[in-house]
Design a binder for this molecule. Structure first.
Ligand SMILES: [Zn+2]
Ligand SMILES: [Zn+2]
Length: 238
């Protein structure tokens, strides 16, 4: 009883106060204006892969890597660089069960989607069944459901599955990542013409590229990758 009351109280207060500084929050994002302004927003990025570009290369709409070797995905949207405090919020949500951080992160991503093409379906990057049992939730699916609801776009976790439980990508170099992921995702139903794939972070882009390959092979024409954060240094693979 007490725990229930305490949890309700915490939830109530989380909804009213900035999740970073504890001061009054903006009603829509759970973050106050000062903390919002301090977040590592990506202001200049490649319009294809969302890799941050420095301001004097802002006239460049597509980065040299995408020009040389266009990626399999059509567009990546990523509002933030993967650094403090966004990295901390994502890690708390992903590994510490603090999933209440995901809704404000999804809402911040949605702010970046105002001019983005609308897909017919929103799907998460799937977790392998075994990984899902260990973690008990897929943070990408929670983000995707929130986005789908707020954008009034259908959501599905029945389109794509992770059939092979690959090792943690973070420990691997790019070449090994690509080799490991090859054929690990399966499209189990016919995809619509356009799909947005949701994940928390995009690093090398290996996962995004492999999922795009699988979806397009199954007949999907447009694949958009929507993530909360993008690492600044790594580039995608096509
Ligand atoms: Zn604040
Ligand atoms: Zn690019």
């Amino acid at each position: 009883m007490f725990t229930q009351t305490k949890n309700s109280w915490l939830l109530y207060n989380q909804n009213r106060h900035c999740i970073l500084c504890g001061l009054h929050a903006c009603a829509t994002t759970n973050l106050c204006q000062a903390c919002l302004d301090d977040l590592p927003w990506i202001t200049h990025a490649c319009q294809r892969c969302a890799i941050p570009l420095n301001s004097h290369s802002s006239s460049l709409a597509i980065c040299p890597q995408c020009q040389q070797r266009p990626p399999l995905f059509d567009q990546v949207i990523a509002p933030f660089e993967y650094r403090f405090p966004i990295d901390q919020l994502i890690q708390l949500a992903k590994f510490n069960g603090q999933t209440h951080y995901l809704n404000p992160l999804a809402d911040l991503l949605r702010l970046r989607l105002q001019t983005a093409p609308r897909p017919e379906l929103i799907i998460p990057v799937p977790l392998h069944q075994k990984r899902l049992q260990q973690r008990q939730y897929n943070q990408a699916a929670l983000l995707a459901k929130r986005l789908a609801r707020s954008l009034s776009i259908p959501f599905s976790h029945q389109l794509l599955i992770k059939a092979i439980n690959t090792p943690h990508q973070a420990d691997l170099d790019r070449k090994t990542r690509r080799k490991n992921l090859r054929n690990s995702f399966h499209c189990i139903n016919p995809p619509p013409a356009s799909v947005a794939v949701i994940d928390d972070v995009m690093t090398t882009g290996t996962t995004a590229a492999e999922i795009s390959r699988v979806l397009k092979q199954a007949g999907c024409q447009q694949v958009y990758i929507w993530v909360i954060a993008r690492t600044a240094k790594e580039l995608h693979l096509s």
